[in-house]
Design a protein around this ligand. Structure first.
Ligand SMILES: NC(=O)c1ccc[n+]([C@@H]2O[C@H](COP(=O)([O-])OP(=O)(O)OC[C@H]3O[C@@H](n4cnc5c(N)ncnc54)[C@H](O)[C@@H]3O)[C@@H](O)[C@H]2O)c1
Length: 367
């Protein structure tokens, strides 16, 4: 098997490449600068943790003739808000950013979502290259062009669709990722198996130990297949208009509500919320007669065996009421005309949108 992989995302107006491999930043230096060939200024957006660990890997490949400014925010979901965007935007404009210039997003999903949103609104759109540093960002958030920040009313409610020019998934970044963050990233990887690819689900199930031991070969394989699957959904429905891309949100209606209940704090990471959310959505699918009990249990078990939380037991120290979880769902972006739009699954490898779910059934799936 090849060491590095290039996956083309062939969108009509914004085609781009996702490159996956280990220690690849230097190797793809030329491609990076050809992609932004008219840029004179590069604004690197990162957080304090990643700056210490990985910033040099990026700055050392930038030719001397570029103006480079690094903008560093504190880590964490709480920074993903409009205030952060406004602060950085002011600095970009003060430094006379032009439309040919580029933002380099060096970080996890928070940095990627903030940077993508910024890149989309600055001068109505500037170049954007993602260097995702978490597993979750490499398999999910850096691909597909969803950008945005949270609001008091819920997660990702302020945002745009804006595709990057290039994504470099270098697994060397993952060597410093805390174990809890790494495991959280696997929630989205497992999701791809459940919604689209039963063989991938089974492969993940059979390789849990190797993946959790950071076996580079298997990790790259998992990232590559995840990106390929996400690509299938994006090319069919780039802007989430025909219910195809919505399937990527399997479990996320519950997850986003739980994150809101925990106030986007470290108590519950996004991937952990997705893991619990998928178990709840699978239980709901089973309750409504779509998913067999055997498959529901298989789904719960794979998350459990990866070391991910599968129910509210994980949050027992804080009191969350079922009513609150359900009420938060009203703000979910997937809802149309007041109806709760749910993603359910009927088999491992097959998901669909369903809008006839009653509040009582939702409540009974929360445990
Ligand atoms: N846009 C999308 O399509 C999309 C999809 C999925 C998730 N998301 C968003 O992504 C966010 C979650 O992303 P995340 O899980 O990457 O979390 P994150 O961005 O908060 O990063 C997690 C933590 O890991 C640290 N970190 C990052 N890389 C590191 C490294 N290599 N070594 C050591 N520490 C490192 C960060 O400083 C941070 O503290 C959420 O806001 C979620 O809504 C967006």
């Amino acid at each position: 098997m090849k060491k590095n992989h290039s996956i083309k995302i062939p969108l009509r107006n914004n085609p781009y490449e996702v490159i996956i491999g280990k220690n690849i930043i230097n190797k793809y230096k030329k491609k990076i600068f050809v992609t932004i060939k008219n840029a004179k200024r590069i604004f690197i957006i990162t957080d304090t943790t990643i700056k210490k660990l990985h910033l040099k890997k990026i700055t050392q490949i930038i030719p001397k003739n570029f103006f480079v400014k690094t903008l560093v925010i504190n880590p964490g979901e709480k920074m993903k808000d409009i205030k952060t965007v406004n602060k950085i935007l002011t600095i970009l404009l003060k430094n006379k950013i032009s439309r040919n210039d580029a933002v380099f997003a060096l970080g996890g999903g928070v940095i990627g979502d903030v940077s993508g949103f910024l890149a989309s609104i600055t001068l109505r759109g500037i170049n954007l290259i993602h260097f995702p540093t978490t597993l979750l960002a490499q398999v999910d958030s850096s691909i597909g062009g969803k950008t945005g920040v949270n609001s008091l009313y819920g997660k990702n409610l302020i945002g745009t669709f804006y595709q990057p020019n290039l994504v470099i998934c270098d697994t060397i970044f993952l060597s410093t990722l805390p174990r809890r963050e790494l495991i959280a990233g696997y929630a989205e990887v497992i999701k791809y198996g459940i919604i689209y690819d039963k063989n991938f689900f089974n492969w993940l199930n059979n390789n849990i130990n190797k993946l959790l031991k950071n076996d580079s070969f298997q990790m790259i394989r998992a990232i590559k297949r995840s990106v390929e699957i996400k690509k299938e959904f994006i090319i069919k429905d780039e802007k989430d208009l025909n219910n195809k891309r919505a399937l990527l949100n399997f479990g996320h209606t519950f997850a986003h509500s739980l994150e809101n209940c925990t106030k986007y704090s470290k108590i519950l990471l996004h991937g952990e919320a997705v893991s619990i959310g998928i178990c709840m959505a699978s239980k709901l699918s089973n309750r409504l007669g779509f998913l067999s009990l055997n498959n529901y249990l298989k789904i719960k078990n794979i998350f459990y065996n990866f070391g991910l939380p599968i129910d509210l037991e994980f949050l027992k120290k804080i009191k969350i009421q079922k009513k609150q979880i359900v009420n938060n769902m009203i703000y979910d972006k997937k809802n149309l005309s007041g109806k709760l739009n749910f993603i359910l699954c009927k088999d491992i490898g097959s998901a669909f949108v369903y809008n006839k779910v009653k509040k009582e059934s939702i409540k009974k799936s929360i445990n």
